[in-house]
Ligand binder design. Sequence first.
Ligand code: PLP
Length: 384
Amino acid sequence: MKVYLDNAATTQIDPLVLEEMMPYLTEFYGNPSSIHSYGRKAKSAIEKARKIVAKYLNASSSEVFFTGCGTEASNMIIKGAVRDLGVQRIISSEIEHHCVLHSVQAMERTGVQVDFVNLDSEGHVDYAHLEELLKSSSSKTLVSLMHANNEIGTLLNVERVSDLCSKYNALFHSDTVQTIGYYPLDVQKIKIHFLSGSAHKFHGPKGVGFVYINSETPVKPLLDGGSQERNMRAGTENVFSIVGLGKALELALEKMDENRAYLSDLKAYMVAQLMAHIPELKFNGDRSEAGSNYKVLSVSMPPNEKAELTLFNLDIAGIAASGGSACTSGSEKGSHVLEGIKADAQRKAVRFSFSKYNTKEEIDYVVATLAKIFANAGEKVGTV
Ligand code: PLP
C-alpha cells in the first residue's frame, strides 16, 4: 500500500486542474504580452485566474500579482516594505518558514531592527508581548506572522494581530501559504496589508504563487525587466500554471466546507487511533480544532531506539511523511520550529498532513505500521 501523508509539503494536482491547464501547454501557447489573438487568449486566462484569487480574498484584482512561488511572494513583501515603505523595524517569530525568517534576517543585516515575539509551548503568539513590542516602536514597523505553522499546524489569530497592527499603525504581512484554499480570508473584514500564497499546497501546480498587496501600501518589484503583471513581476508569465492556480483555488473555495469537515474528521480519527495504539507518543502544537490547521498533525514518537528510524521505516512501508526534531546541544541541526516551541528534544517528531484524497483505511494502515515499529520498544535511550 502507498500512502501519501505529506500534504503540507505539497499536494497531488487535482485532475480537473490538470485538465484546465493542458490547453495552455498545447493549443493556447501565445505570449500574454502579444496583442494578436494567441496573446489575448493567454492574457485573458491570466486575468480570469486573478479574478478568482481576488474573489477568494475579497480584494481587488489590481492587488493580486502572480509570482514564481510562495517564497518569492514573502521575499517581495519583506524586502519591498523595507526598501520602499520606510520600514525600519520588523516583528516576526522564530518559527516562521525560512522564506520569511531568512528574509527578515537579511533585512537585519542591512540595519533593520528585528524583534521576535514570545511564543508558548504550542507555538501561539504571546499577544500581550506583541502589543508591548508594538507600543515601544518609534519607527515604521512591519509585523510578519504566519497564519498556520507548516510543521505543527498552530493557527494565528489574524484578526487580533490585525487589530493590534491598526492600533499601533504597523504594517501586517501574513504568510498564508498553508491556509489559502483551506480557510477563508476576507481582506475587507481583516485589515491586512500583504499575503503570500502558493498553488502546490492546494492541489495546483508547483512553481506558481501569488502575492496580495493592499493598494494603499504598494511595494516595488524584485525583478527588473518587462512590464508583466502591471510592472510588478517581470518575465513572461507562467500561463498554464497560473491557469492551474486559479482552477485549484476555485475548486478549493467551492468545496471548502466539505473538505474541512472531511479532513477534520480524518485528523481526529488519526489522533484517536494513535492514542489507542501507541499511548507513549505526544502531540506537538495546539490540539484543538479551532487553534490548529486541520490538515497538519505533528507527533513526537516515543523516546526509544526505534524512533530514529521512524521515517525510514514508514517509507519502506510505502508511507510518506515528514520529520524533524528539536536540536540537542552538539547534535545535527534540528527543526527550528520544534526548537522554537522547546519541544522535547529526546523525541523524534513526524508530521502527518492530510488531503481530500486520504482515507481512514490509509490511516489504519499508518497507525498499524507505527504500532509495529514501536512494539516491544520500551527501553529508553538518550538523545535521538
Ligand atoms: N511558507 C510556508 C508556511 C510553507 O509551508 C511553504 C512551503 O513549504 C512556503 C512558504 C514556500 O512556498 P513555495 O514552496 O511556493 O516557495
